[in-house]
Structures are given as C-alpha cells and as structure tokens.
Design a protein around this ligand. Structure first.
Ligand code: CA
Length: 227
C-alpha cells in the first residue's frame, strides 16, 4: 500500500509518516503544495492524505487537479472544523474529511476504510512459502508459529513480502522503513536485517531472506538454497 501525505507542519508530517510506516504502509511525504501536487500526479498512490492549508498550491486546488486524472481516494485534513470547508472539500471530490486535532488511530481507521472501499483494494495478508503476515492483526507466522517482531522488523518484513522477488536496496529500506535518507556510514539496515533473519530464517531449513551483494536484499524462494 502506497500512501502520499501532503502536510506542511513539520512535526505533524513526520508523526503521520512514522505512524503510517509502522502500520505497514509505504509512505511519501510532501511538505508543500507544489511538491505535493507533482507527487500526486506522477505517483501511483492508494490513498492521499491532504492538508487543506498549504504553502504554494492549497489542498482544494490539488484535489481539483488530481480529480481530473485519477480516482485515488483522498482524505482531507483541516485545522478548522468548519462546515463550509467540509462541504467545499466533499464537493471538490474528497472521499473523507478529518478536522485537526485528531487521534492517529482515527486517521488510520479512515485510511483503512478508504482502502477497503477503493478500487485499488489490495490484500492485507501476504504469504511466501510457510511465512505469513497480516497487516490488520499485525501478526507474522512461519511454519504455523508466531514470530515475535519489533515494530521496525514488522515494517521491514511487510515491505519485503509485499515486494517479494524484487531486490530492495539499503537506501529504499532506510527510506521506507525508517523514513531517513540513506547514509552509508550507518549500519541500521544491516543490523535490522540480521535480526529479522535470525527470527524468520535461522530456525528453518529453507531460507527466504537473501542478500544480493552490492545490491540489497530480496525475499524469495530459491530451489538451490544451500542449507
Ligand atoms: Ca497546513
């Protein structure tokens, strides 16, 4: 699931991005209207969380332009719980509306509701061999046994599972799981991959998480895996 958050308030934007990533989504964050519009028009998003009051182009204008080309579900955020704004947003084609301040759990529930209702509905369960992950219950199992994962390990595994068979670079993982620019000095990705591997692969004969030297990591079944 790929979400775009367009929010100029630095703290709120970071908070939403972090929370949504930890809830198992891939998240892009735009800090102003111009950047947000460009991303909304070029990216293939499952839901857009759109603030109304933005520097550059405001949320209503972005919504209007997005609606000309895409049916992507849009959840609008506003600082004011004004009926006029709500009506204007819904008339412009917003799918839902949330007034600030709001609880993260409410935003998450509404994003999930939009995904369920949206045409781009995607499964919340992912499977590879005897490994399973469920985004709704936030549980992962292998061989019928529950895996005890940290929030980051869960996010890392869900990204690798969603994109199974694709090699994901350390930079992509750092960005999508930790929300940070990749810095080759840090080994946070390697450490997390090692810990994840110890939980999902080490106790089992068949290895699923592979290192592709110089490229990154891939989750896939391989026939010729050395034991
Ligand atoms: Ca704002």
């Amino acid at each position: 699931m790929h979400l775009l958050v367009i929010e100029d308030e630095l703290k709120l934007g970071d908070y939403l991005r972090k929370g949504l990533i930890e809830s198992g989504f891939n998240v892009d964050l735009a800090r102003d209207g111009n950047e947000g519009l460009a991303m909304a028009l070029t990216g293939n998003y499952d839901v857009i969380v759109l603030d109304v009051m933005l520097p550059g182009i405001d949320g209503f204008k972005i919504l209007e332009l997005v609606r000309k080309s895409a049916a992507t579900p849009v959840l609008m955020l506003t600082a004011r719980d004004e009926v006029a704004d709500r009506v204007k947003g819904l008339e412009a084609g917003a799918d839902d509306y949330l007034a600030k301040p709001f609880a993260f759990t409410e935003l998450l529930a509404r994003v999930r509701a939009l995904l369920r209702r949206g045409s781009l509905q995607e499964s919340t369960r992912f499977t590879l061999a005897d490994l399973q992950l469920d985004l709704t219950t936030r549980r992962a199992n292998r061989g019928g046994k529950r895996l005890d994962l940290t929030a980051k390990e869960f996010a890392l595994l869900s990204l690798l599972l969603r994109r199974q068979g694709q090699v994901l670079s350390r930079a992509v993982l750092a960005d999508q799981v930790w929300g940070m620019n990749f810095d080759s000095e840090t080994n946070v990705v390697e450490v997390a991959v090692r810990r994840l591997r110890a939980k999902i692969d080490d106790p089992f004969n068949e290895k699923l998480l592979h290192t592709v030297r110089g490229m990154g990591y891939v989750l896939e079944q391989r026939d010729d895996d050395p034991l």
